[in-house]
Design a protein around this ligand. Structure first.
Ligand code: BMA
Length: 900
């Protein structure tokens, strides 16, 4: 046996080949080549990427058309019904001289038999698991080794499992075939109401060869934070070693500041003296906690963005032998924070009743959550590079959002996602991967889920960004909706298996929530007074007008939204030059919109609010403003319900959805190509540190079924409306500011009335500022429809810094519905000075949307966009990356873009 040596971790990322399985697997195994001959081996394609997926490979060799264009999705359906083979030929010098070898598969999608040098070594059936297999060092210690992966059709396997276990319900038909519930593969692959059916397969995450004599088989880092008011940080580290453990004599542990690498603490533990390693029979030993450090005053806490620094540390652990040779090394970046999900009685009822909070508290500070739901950013996961993850999460952060919910029909994201969230201070709500279905609970299924949960909780628990593990997406809600609450076998999983794993493996504890949504009595997942809700009565469900969002909130709204069309360049991408189809209701547009009943639903919302148009560009703009108006109102109204201690009636809202997995018309606020829609910017303004809000209520509407913000016309000579004005701040100090209200009458264009008040914003909550009747000029000549009334009044609100006059927040409230508003010609003055754009106007302008003329290599990053501008309130925005390109603009009343 060779002498103890340093462990090695080799990624098997070279010399991969692939092909469709066209002969029996035993023949494939028999005919597999050795390393030298592999490149020339007939019938095999050289893989272009590793890790990889079959569609990605087929695309790269030009065998299939791009499924994201036109109707091509339908031309590639055959792939999901076939079986596919990948092999890798390798030589490992480390494995040749190490007594222990392990192969670690970080992710196999999904039904995969693995053969090592001809022997079947693994039968995988769960894409979310990390499979580890020990291999006989002699078996792998050859000059040439071959690892063969045989991927079976998940679609077919799902059908077979369904035959065995029975057909169940799983969402509507645009959420894929219900047989998907039996397979632990990303559920959106079966198609979703924003995604195509693309059943891919392959080794989608790296495969490692680990060679060692003795190693650290587990390092459990517990970065704890003691109770308030001091929130003292402490670190415990537990270790397990395995292999030739008698060789392991010492372990060195150090804690460094991740930013400047300064050493915070270190310790060497003599394992011999501890008497822990005397049992040579054992191959693995749990050494327990080798470090218990009190670090008060030595380390700083990690905070979510907006509440403090994202201080991170690195733990280094090295295992040594007798002669002080390193046997194994380990490092992990961590942060110190305490996170709690607070569900406690509110002190007074609100419009929905009393109930309990659903709010997040980090290091003792309660924080309003404004964030997004996240779906996988591509139908082919291997195409999402680290740079793309960073670009997505940067957008989220720059959009003032502080949480991302990883939705249950996708995947557990790779480490890089959580690393970036740690760095940026973005909290993560992590769903376990179940969505919209009656999942089973037979023994093998539960065992697989338990292993999957353990793998992922162990992988993720050290990230300070992880704020919540959640059992599933909408499984309770759907079963309730179908009226058969007794019939959800997977309650065993959501109510016992998963919470047990989270409780057993996380310390400090990470909160667990059974499902999203989950709350009220008897699973009343729509109860606005308990738990979280998904608000789908706007756009879907009862089809309520978006203007009713203020009365459709809840303690935490973890999903709500309304779709819009993406940037016209994204539409042109899927049209690929097909001019005949370049109109809003064409077949190709329908192929790229999967939202249930989208034709009727768009018709309702567009018809109620906008002037219908046959012009595609105008239509796109209108759908985008529709989305932007709707969802920004929801954030504005719900953040108002963060009313301070004991009155946190709304603890947060997460928009459905941040992103897309292909070019599509969907609920996303940023499209597949990372092009923000107007909603991205208007949400960012609602989630800024300070905001100001206005809610107009028309007091003389004839019919009660209209939204209270809508004006109606008829016999009234005047129509009154009241406004309520409030502000919010995230600051932990209360502050004195000026509130300025400007009333601009579109009919009379008489000089604006301006009111200025000194007000105090209470810390970390909303503050009601005033309530008043809208002043309107009764003596002016009769206006719109023969009336002079509040209908013609546009109201601008600004919060100004008392000393410097700096604008802290602004909001403009327009009369509605917009289809009745005769938007004035605003007489805009737009000055472009490098990347700085200055906007002034003589009359109010709504939804001022900037874009650029020529396509550049990179899109422009707008610091703000979709502006509402009032006369006398110059706004300055920045167009990063403009590089001299001409600017275009559109606004309500002039929806087709004009070049400056
Ligand atoms: C939600 C999600 C998804 C779906 C979305 C839009 O409830 O959980 O299932 O894509 O609705 O319908």
């Amino acid at each position: 046996m060779s002498l103890p040596s340093m462990s090695s971790d080799e990624v098997l990322n070279a010399s991969w080949h692939w092909k469709e399985r066209d002969i029996t697997i035993s023949r494939v195994v028999d005919e597999l080549p050795g390393e030298e001959e592999s490149a020339a081996f007939k019938g095999w394609n050289v893989a272009q990427a590793s890790p990889s997926e079959v569609h990605v490979e087929l695309l790269k060799i030009g065998r299939i058309p791009d499924p994201f264009v036109g109707f091509n999705e339908h031309q590639v359906q055959w792939i999901g019904k076939k079986e596919w083979l990948f092999f890798c030929a390798f030589t490992s010098h480390y494995a040749l001289r190490s007594p222990h070898v392990e192969v670690v598969f970080e992710g196999l999608d999904t039904f995969c038999d693995a053969y090592l040098n001809g022997d079947l070594v693994l039968q995988a059936d769960n894409m979310f698991r990390t499979y580890k297999i020990s291999v006989d060092a002699d078996a792998i210690g050859r000059p040439h080794n071959v690892l063969l992966l045989h991927f079976k059709s998940a679609k077919t396997m799902a059908m077979l499992l369904e035959q065995r276990h029975g057909r169940v319900r799983a969402g509507s038909s645009n959420l894929g075939d219900p047989s998907r519930v039996y397979v632990r593969k990303a559920q959106y692959n079966w198609r979703w109401d924003w995604g195509p059916e693309l059943m891919t397969c392959g080794p989608y995450r790296p495969i490692h060869l680990i060679s060692y004599s003795a190693r650290l088989s587990d390092v459990h880092i517990r970065a704890c934070v003691g109770p308030g008011p001091l929130y003292k940080p402490a670190l415990k580290i537990g270790l397990s070693v395995d292999g030739d453990i008698t060789a392991a004599k010492r372990v060195w542990i150090a804690l460094h500041d991740a930013h400047n690498q300064n050493l915070v603490a270190e310790k060497t533990v003599d394992l011999t003296n501890l008497g822990l390693l005397h049992n040579i029979e054992s191959t693995a030993r749990n050494l327990g906690n080798v470090v218990e450090w009190e670090l008060y005053g030595l380390v700083e806490l990690w905070w979510p963005i907006g509440f403090g620094k994202q201080q991170l540390y690195v733990v280094y652990v090295t295992l040594f032998d007798e002669g002080n040779n390193a046997l194994d090394k380990y490092s992990k970046r961590i942060g110190f924070r305490d996170v709690a999900l607070v569900q406690e009685s509110l002190t007074e009822p609100d419009q929905y009743g009393q109930g309990t909070t659903f709010l997040f508290q980090v290091n003792g500070t309660r924080m309003f959550i404004g964030g997004s739901n996240w779906i996988p950013a591509d139908s082919f996961l291997t195409r999402i590079t680290s740079e793309r993850y960073r670009a997505w999460l940067t957008l989220l952060k720059e959009g003032n959002q502080n949480m991302v919910r990883i939705w249950g029909g996708g995947i557990y994201e790779p480490d890089v996602f959580y690393d970036i969230c740690d760095e940026m201070g973005i909290l993560v709500w992590q769903d376990f991967q179940f969505a919209c279905g009656v999942y089973p609970a037979y023994d093998e299924f539960v065992a697989s889920v338990k292993a999957e949960a353990e793998d992922n909780v162990r992988r993720l628990r050290h990230h300070p960004c992880i704020a919540l593990f959640c059992g599933n997406n909408e499984d309770y809600q759907q079963v309730l909706q179908w009226g058969d609450v007794a019939d959800l076998p997977a309650r065993l999983i959501y109510e016992s298996v998963l919470p047990d794993v989270v409780e057993r493996l996380t310390d400090p504890p990470i909160p667990y929530h059974r499902g999203s949504p989950y709350g009220g009595e008897n699973w009343n997942t729509a109860d606005p007074t308990v738990g979280d809700i998904h608000q789908w009565d706007v756009w879907a469900g009862k089809e309520r007008p978006w203007q009713e969002y203020p009365s459709l909130g809840g303690r935490f709204v973890s999903e709500f939204g309304i779709p819009s069309m993406p940037d016209i360049r994204t539409v042109d991408h899927w049209l690929a030059g097909n001019e005949k189809e370049r109109w809003a209701q064409s077949k190709t547009m329908a192929q790229h919109c999967r939202a249930g009943n989208h034709e009727r639903r768009f018709a309702i919302v567009m018809n109620e609010n906008f002037r219908l148009t046959a012009d595609l560009e105008t239509h796109i703009y209108n759908t985008q403003i529709m989305q932007s108006e709707a969802v920004s109102l929801a954030y504005r109204a719900w953040r108002r319900e963060w009313r301070g201690p004991g009155k946190e009636y709304n603890g947060g809202a997460l928009i459905w959805q941040l992103n897309d997995c292909w070019p599509v018309t969907s609920w996303s606020i940023v499209d597949y190509f990372l092009r923000p829609k107007p909603a991205y910017h208007t949400i960012a303004r609602e989630l800024a540190s300070e905001t100001v809000g206005i809610l107009r209520t028309v007091t003389q509407n004839r019919e009660n079924d209209r939204s209270k913000q809508f004006y109606e016309f008829g016999s009234f000579r005047s129509v009154d409306a009241n406004v309520e004005v409030w502000a919010t701040t995230r600051s932990l100090q209360s502050q004195r500011v000026k509130l300025e209200l400007t009333f601009f009458n579109l009919e009379t264009s008489s000089p604006s009335q301006v009111l200025v008040h000194d007000v105090i914003l209470h810390s970390n909550q909303s503050t009601e500022l005033l309530s008043m009747r809208i002043p309107c000029d009764q003596s002016a000549s009769p206006g719109h429809y023969g009336m002079t009334n509040s209908y013609s009044v546009v109201i601008g609100a600004r919060l100004l810094h008392t000393g410097s006059g700096e604008v802290l927040a602004r909001f403009v409230d327009w009369p509605q519905p917009y289809r009745h508003v005769d938007f004035p010609e605003p007489r805009l003055q737009i000055q472009v000075d490098g990347e700085r754009i200055t906007v002034t106007c003589s009359k109010p302008v709504k939804g001022l949307w900037f874009s650029v003329v020529e396509e550049g290599v990179d899109d422009v990053k707008w610091s703000d966009n979709a502006l509402d501008v009032m006369p006398g309130d110059t706004q300055v925005i920045y167009a990063r990356g403009l590089e001299g390109r001409s600017v275009k603009f559109a606004h309500m009343g002039k929806e087709k873009a004009t070049v400056l």
